[in-house]
Design a protein around this ligand. Sequence first.
Ligand code: COA
Ligand code: AMP
Length: 642
Amino acid sequence: MNLPLTYDEIYHYSLTHPEEFWAEQARQIPWFNAPEQILSTDAAGLTRWFAGGRLNTCYAALDYQVETGRADQPALIYDSPVTQTIRQFTYRELRDEVAQLAGALQTLGVGKGDTVVIYMPMIPETAFAMLACARLGAVHSVVFGGFAPRELAIRIDDTQPKIVLSASCGIEFTTVIPYKPLLDDALQQATHQPDHCLIYQRPQCHADLKSGRDHDWQDLVSEAQSVDCVEVDATDPLYILYTSGTTGKPKGIVRDNGGHAVALHYSMRTIYNLQPGQVMFTASDFGWAVGHSYSVYGPLLRGCTSIILEGKPVRTPNAGTFWRIVQTYRVNVLFTAPTSFRAIKKEDPNAQFSRQYDLSTLQAVFVAGERCDPPTLNWLQEIVKVPVIDHWWQTESGWPMVANSMGIEPLPIKPGSATKPVCGYDLQILDEDGQRLGPNEMGLVCLKLPLPPGCLPSLWNDDERFRASYLSRFPGYYLSGDGGYVDEDGYVFIMGRVDDVINVAGHRLSTGEMEELVSSHPAVAECAVVGIACPLRGQRPVGFVVLKDGVLTDEATLETELVALIRNRIGAVAYFKNALLVKRLPKTRSGKILRKILRQIADGETYAVPATIDDPLILDEIRQILINRTIGQAFEDSSASR
Ligand code: COA
Ligand code: AMP
């Protein structure tokens, strides 16, 4: 009798026999030409998966599903409490929508290898746009609608799109946010100008079109002919997705076609344990990696139904929205960021809403994007009564690196842990010198190369930055930027970033970029921006600012100006609300700002004062400033001790 293999056995095999392991997984997706090589190195010396293979991701996600019997199954369901709309698309309907939009893009000159920027809200047309690009072999780059025009301009200049796709507006709770003025502003700021913009007019807001450049989406699509899928190489890029790094310039994460399709299909089976025909509800914006992988590509590649929500977990109209969706669409797997559940818990601590709905179809709930605090995990567990699975991944990987692989062998859950490395990921904890650490020793979370399929092969047009950011610190390893440890049972605990990246309500942001902007204010001599703990958002940024000599301004005025500056330049999602005036920043004698200590003071953590600090007294002054301004755990602790 053949017993099913355990997680340990399969994981071990995936690392000792990567080519055999991934060749087997690759057989699960439809290729036009099977790969000639499973694992290889390209001319730049970078890892490539499935070279020589030919496929089309849109074909695998749509046409193939139609051809193999899913034509009438719902592929995408759009539930929009903010517009009181529900729209459902079967696989056949979705294929037809996408094929026609692809035809419209083709009339605007888009072809294989061209780049297309998509700046759109949570509407089905955004998914159509992504898939239409994939159909044509064009490379899409979705920009999250919450980013300000300057961020959009940076991405337009880096990707040099042939066209930009946008919509007349997005809707945040009850506020209609016109997108077209933001796009126009971005194009004013950008050096590169696209040939065309295609604008989807929503009934809530009409966008003015610039003659010659802008086109009405609905008009153009209604006149377009459907087009077929274009064959691409497995190693050709499918999309670019920008993510925050440590500087003002975001990193253009590249995703290839072949590795991506194989990895996502594998993850749908073995991590999320979803069968074709089952239903996945991923509550994430299309603008994030989670939205790309598990609202669009993953569920469709697996023949599942994907539910997309235009609205928030709360106040649209109430904290029962997620549970209503689970019942209505008989959702099997729900996936979101812990911050969504913290928001629900805040408004509905006794989970009254959940009791109004039938949640019995749920098999598991997955959370990622930030650490899931054990109280939230336990609260959720009580409600859903199925495994609540915290799992760890990054935009760079595009799919989970550490998880409880429910389709292989569900492992006991340890709150605080993202469970164990996913097959293909050789995770190791290294110290500052690159030495491997043992159980329970905290260090830098690294992945031994090669990374498995689906992970970034490089950064867009920037192999050097790719090497410098991820590969050069410890040769032979990918540096994740997270700190953590592995316990005696092999469970991985991710404890947070070791660099300037923070996570605010599941949105990845760079404090380095915020510092660059704050420093550009004429009154500011220098500053430090750190992410402090926030009960709802996980983290939020706080600025510590030193004024230039002789500048006459008060803290309130400067704070208002700096808050507006970050909001206008990065976006409201940065949630930058506080800029505190300090006499000096804590520094080492060599001039390095001690940002970690600033965060530890705000979070009320104990910290060691380094022997190299130039002025230890400033630490107490800063703590007092935080208390006076009622900010952070430092204030909470001081008020509790009173
Ligand atoms: N377009 C325009 N503005 C946006 C936006 C978008 N797509 N997304 C957020 N914003 C704005 C908000 O309107 C808000 O503006 P305001 O300061 O004028 O009120 C600001 O950015 C901050 O947004 P946020 O931090 O999201 O706060 P919120 O109160 O609107 O919502 C949560 C709080 C927790 C409900 C919400 O952040 C949430 O659902 N988070 C989950 C995120 C997620 O799923 N991430 C995916 C990773 S898995
Ligand atoms: P993003 O690229 O936006 O997906 O953000 C990736 C970062 O989010 C990681 O580097 C981590 O810092 C954090 N993150 C994602 N998932 C988890 C998790 N399950 N636990 C802790 N941190 C996480």
